[in-house]
Design a protein around this ligand. Structure first.
Ligand SMILES: C[S@@+](CC[C@H](N)C(=O)[O-])C[C@H]1O[C@@H](n2cnc3c(N)ncnc32)[C@H](O)[C@@H]1O
Length: 259
């Protein structure tokens, strides 16, 4: 690959090192310098970098220190990869990095990754949108130390009763439950929590609004977990109800005539 005046933001996927894209892996293998979020990137992904490549953990660095390193390396002609967990577009600090790189006149490209929300759904073998139940997925977080805009408080978003994917929220599970109750969610609404989805020590809790606090406590889960909530996670959905029009024999569309 030609050396460019460019940084590559690469989505590493949720954990399992085979869940990085082919494009992301190729860049990782060619990179001279890799900056990565240590706690969330599987160590065996770093085994795949080329001999002599510089790997830099970002947890102990400020944004400014990271940008300074990236700028210096790009100006030297190094191929720089900034490896982010899951997909770089969700809760990833990429926007603040991109704005600073732009100011420095450095170009960047983003290689998407498998977000933990989709990895968690795959682990529980669920579809997040089901006809007539919900056609909407809300990706959000509960307010913690990072404030959430007033109109996006969980109790407001939850009023839609669509599927919810809550990042960065397992340490506030009591508050999550309180907000969902406030929004009128029934006590038996399914809540699934996937801790470290696709890692070797993954845990999966299939619970309900009434029981999830107690069950997370019992499993000692308070970080690195995806909370998925909503009626799509019921395990007794009627086989003939809530089916798509696409494959309904009575329904015509551009590729098939209905009965
Ligand atoms: C800083 S955010 C990064 C999200 C990432 N960009 C993504 O698309 O998955 C970290 C949060 O994502 C969720 N998360 C990341 N990886 C996870 C995994 N393997 N299993 C469950 N949740 C995960 C957790 O809620 C965690 O607190």
């Amino acid at each position: 690959m030609m050396k460019e005046n460019k940084v590559y933001f690469v989505g590493a996927g949720p954990g399992d090192p085979d869940l990085i894209t082919v494009k992301g892996l190729k860049l990782l293998q060619q990179a001279d310098v890799i900056l990565y979020t240590d706690s969330l990137i599987h160590p065996s992904l770093l085994d795949r970098v080329k001999k002599g490549a510089k790997t830099i953990k970002t947890a102990g660095l400020t944004l400014e220190q990271q940008i300074e390193m990236i700028v210096e390396e790009v100006q030297k002609g190094s191929l720089v990869v900034r490896l982010h967990t899951g997909d770089p577009s969700i809760f990833s600090t990429t926007s603040e990095q991109m704005r600073r790189l732009q100011r420095e006149g450095i170009d960047y490209e983003i290689i998407p990754g498998v977000s933990s929300v989709f990895a968690a759904a795959a682990q529980i073998k669920a579809e997040l949108t089901i006809p007539e139940l919900t056609q909407t997925l809300i990706i959000t977080r509960i307010e913690g130390r990072t404030p959430v805009p007033e109109k996006e408080k969980l109790r407001e978003l939850a009023r839609h009763h669509s599927t919810l994917a809550l990042f960065l929220s397992s340490s506030f599970i009591e508050k999550v439950v309180e907000e969902l109750r406030f929004a009128g969610w029934a006590e038996d609404t399914p809540i699934v929590v996937v801790y470290r989805a696709t890692w070797e020590d993954q845990k999966m809790i299939q619970s309900t609004l009434a029981k999830v606090v107690e069950e997370l406590k019992k499993e000692n889960i308070h970080s690195h977990a995806m909370i998925l909530a909503g009626n799509v996670f019921q395990n007794h959905l009627d086989i003939d109800k809530n089916r798509s029009k696409l494959y309904d024999g009575r329904f015509s569309h551009g590729y098939r005539k209905g009965e």
